[in-house]
Design a binder for this molecule. Sequence first.
Ligand code: SF4
Ligand code: SF4
Length: 349
Amino acid sequence: MSDVISHTRAFDRLHNLRAFTSEPVTVDYQDGQKRPTVHLRDGKHGAGSCLGCYNSPCMKLHSSELVMPKELDAFPGDPNLDVCPTDAISWKEDLSSPTVTVDKCIGCGLCAARCPYGAISLLSSGVAIVHDNDPDSLTTAAKDTIEEDPQVCTARRGALGKIETPSLFHFPASISKLDDRASSLLVRNLLTQVGISCRIRRKGDTNMRIDGVGTLDDRRIAVIEIELSKAVLESPRALLEDVAVLHVRYKINVSQIDPVSVILSLPNTRSEYYQVIDDVYKILGVRCRTITVGALLSIVWHFCRVKSFEHDLFVTSSNGTDLRTRMRKYISGKLSQSEPYQGSLFTVK
Ligand code: SF4
Ligand code: SF4
């Protein structure tokens, strides 16, 4: 039997649960320069450390995060709740906090962004680390009660790290080694983390060819195609078919649908990709949006959020391929000027 168990079943570890001595209010990440600092309501502050929290959001999505509006409820999504796309973070039965397997970690930062207590940071090598010691004595042993869904409202300041860090420069190479399951999980969890709740098709489901569906705060419907290889040209064409399926099979009004391609890097300015998008808009009035994995990383690392696809957010065309300017205009929070890797926010010349 494996000694790695799901945290939510680790009842034996209840004696390891810890709590802050006063309510945590903000977590300061100082752009990843140092270990995150937690500020408590009573004025104390110090290094963030793992509480061994029962629902472990660093490892598992809550099932409510995958809930779709009723018109999309029949979409057959992957029910996997794992946060880490590569199974790099796990919880061994004899330890009081999760640990990261260095060789498996691709440094996406999802686990760190989801920990509400600043207990995970990213090393400059691009690997996550869970801090299990409490050098500033901010915590104490918790009562033997289980609060499955604590309402955590810590505000985050700063970023998980500098987005132009060399470790992210090599992110496309890391992604190219992932299998389909891992890359779909990565995209679904990044989209979820930025505020686009989504369901991604189960791998091997031959009855459904739409890659994913989603919804935002404004309740509009997103239809998603994921194309992380270089063959991006098919993506806007596939989206058109997807819009038709959503309209016919799910009875969703076309004007309520935002078609979204999730790709790794923007094609160069001469690519037919932008021409296809222009044509779709000109002829059908449907705006296809393009989100790169790097754009999602940038939003997650800065703790920002997409509330709706406003105006031309994530819209590219033959006349404009710069994703960054509109992201900075419409996305709540402070995004950096830089891009994580080439082609993530600007086309490569
Ligand atoms: S790392 Fe954070 S989210 Fe994960 S168990 Fe520890 S305190 Fe909870
Ligand atoms: S940084 Fe990403 S890959 Fe690494 S452990 Fe966290 S979620 Fe997994």
